[in-house]
Design a binder for this molecule. Structure first.
Ligand code: F0G
Length: 366
C-alpha cells in the first residue's frame, strides 16, 4: 500500500479520532541511510545510520508534528494558527495551514532566519512578522497573544506537535527491527529529544522493541542552556535553527536525558561546520548546520583523545560500548534550507571561457 502520512501509519499511537480531519502532505517515511564512512570513523564494527528528516515535505522534521497540530487545530474549530520560529517551524506551519485553509501568523527573529525557510513561509501565504529580538522573545510574544486571542499555538509547547514527532522513533525501530544503542540529536527548543524519547518508550511498551537507546543531545556552544543548566540571554551560533537560550521543553528534555542514561553536551560552530561539509563530501548527505550538530556530537563523543571527560569516550576506553554498536543520528533539516552557508565554507565555482581548452585546464587535464 502506498504511504499515507504519519497520522494514518501510526493512528493507534496518536491522539486522533475518526472525526479528526487529516491534514497531510504525506510527511514521514524518511530514509534511514547507512553511513559507511562515518561508521568506520567511530569503530571498526559500528553501524551508524542517518535519519534524514530533510526529506520531509517542507524539508525538516517539523512536518511530523505539524500534520497532527494542524489536524487537531482544525478539529477544534480554529480559524488561525501562530508560532514563533527559528525558521523550520514557520515553513512547516505555513504549508500545513495553507493546506487546511487556516490563517497563519509567524514571528521570526529578524535577520536570523536562513533564506530558504523565510522563502517558504512567505510563499505559503503566512503573515510573516519579523521581531527585533531572538526566538525566546518571539515565543514569549506568541504565548501572550494566544492568551488573549483565538489563535492556536503550533509551537512544540503544543503537545500535539510532540505526538507527531515521536513517530520518527517508531520508523527507526520499524526499519532496524530494534531500537539503536545510541540516538544522537541536536537540541534547540528541546521538543524533538522529548518526542523521540516518548516514541521509543511507547514502542517498547507495545512490544515493538526490547531495548531503549541512550539519548545523546547536542547544543551549539553559544546557545547551550540545557548543558550549562542556566538560560542564555544572548544565544549565538551559526546554526540559526538552534539559536535558543530558554527552551520550552527544557524540563522534559532533562527527564529524557536522565531516564535514558543519556547525556547533553556542546559542539562549537567550527565543529558543526566541519561536520556539515564532511557529511556532504563523504556521505553525499547535505544537511543544514543545526542538523550537523548530532553527527558532530557523535564524532566528539567517540573521540578518545579530544574529549577524555565524555562518558561515551570513557566507555570506549573501558570497552563498555556494546560490540557492534548501532547508532542513529537524526539530521533534522535539508542543506538547501540555508544556501548562504557556502560562504562560510569558502566554496565557489571557477569561471572559464566557453572553450574546451579552458574547461580542460579547469579540470586539471590541460
Ligand atoms: N534542527 C533543526 C533543523 C531545527 O529547525 C530545530 C528547531 C532543531 C534542530 C532543534 O529541535 O527545537 O525540538 O530541540 N527548530 C525550531 C524552529 C526551534 O522554530 O524551527 P528542538
Amino acid at each position: 500500500m502506498s504511504w499515507r502520512g504519519i497520522l494514518e501509519a501510526y493512528r493507534s499511537f496518536l491522539p486522533v479520532g475518526e472525526k479528526t480531519p487529516v491534514v497531510t502532505l504525506l510527511e514521514g517515511n524518511t530514509p534511514l541511510v547507512f553511513a559507511p564512512r562515518l561508521s568506520r570513523r567511530i569503530a571498526p564494527d559500528a553501524k551508524v545510520y542517518l535519519k534524514c528528516e530533510g526529506l520531509n515535505p517542507t524539508g525538516s522534521f517539523k512536518d511530523r508534528g505539524m500534520t497532527i497540530a494542524i489536524s487537531k487545530a482544525l478539529e477544534r474549530g480554529a480559524k488561525a494558527v501562530i508560532c514563533a520560529s527559528t525558521g523550520n517551524t514557520s515553513a512547516s506551519a505555513a504549508a500545513y495551514a495553507a493546506r487546511a485553509g487556516l490563517a497563519c501568523f509567524v514571528l521570526l527573529p529578524k535577520g536570523k532566519i536562513a533564506r530558504g525557510k523565510l522563502a517558504q513561509a512567505l510563499m505559503s501565504g503566512a503573515q510573516v512578522i519579523a521581531v527585533k529580538g531572538n526566538f525566546d522573545a518571539a515565543l514569549d510574544l506568541v504565548r501572550g497573544v494566544a492568551e488573549e486571542h483565538p489563535v492556536a499555538v503550533v509551537n512544540s509547547v503544543n503537545p500535539d506537535r510532540i505526538e507527531g514527532q515521536k513517530t520518527a522513533a517508531f520508523e527507526i525501530v520499524d526499519a532496524l527491527g530494534e531500537a539503536p544503542h545510541y540516538h544522537f540529536i541536536p537540541v534547540g527548543n528541546a521538543g524533538n529529544i522529548t518526542a523521540y524519547w516518548k516514541g521509543y518508550r511507547e514502542y517498547k511498551q507495545a512490544g515493538k522493541a526490547r531495548r531503549l537507546p541512550r539519548m545523546m543531545g547536542f547544543q551549539a556552544a553559544g546557545a547551550a542552556p540545557v548543558f550549562y543548566d542556566a538560560p542564555v540571554k544572548k544565544p549565538e551560533t551559526v546554526a540559526t535553527a538552534i539559536r535558543i537560550g530558554n527552551p520550552a521543553s527544557w524540563q522534559a528534555a532533562k527527564v529524557a536525558l536522565a531516564q535514558s542514561n543519556g547525556l547533553i553536551d556542546i559542539v562549537t560552530d567550527e565543529e558543526i561546520l566541519e561536520t556539515q561539509l564532511w557529511l556532504a563530501v563523504n556521505e553525499g548527505v547535505f544537511v543544514e548546520p543545526a542538523s550537523a550538530a548530532s553527527v558532530a556530537g557523535l564524532l566528539k563523543s567517540a573521540s578518545r583523545h579530544h574529549h577524555p571527560d565524555c562518558p561515551l569516550a570513557a566507555e570506549v576506553r573501558a570497552s563498555l560500548i556494546p560490540a557492534s554498536p548501532i547508532i542513529v543520528c537524526t539530521v533534522t533539516g535539508h542543506g538547501l534550507k540555508d544556501p548562504d552557508i557556502v560562504a562560510h565554507h569558502k566554496m565557489k565555482a571557477v569561471t572559464v571561457r566557453a572553450t574546451k581548452g579552458a574547461v580542460l585546464e579547469a579540470m586539471g587535464l590541460a
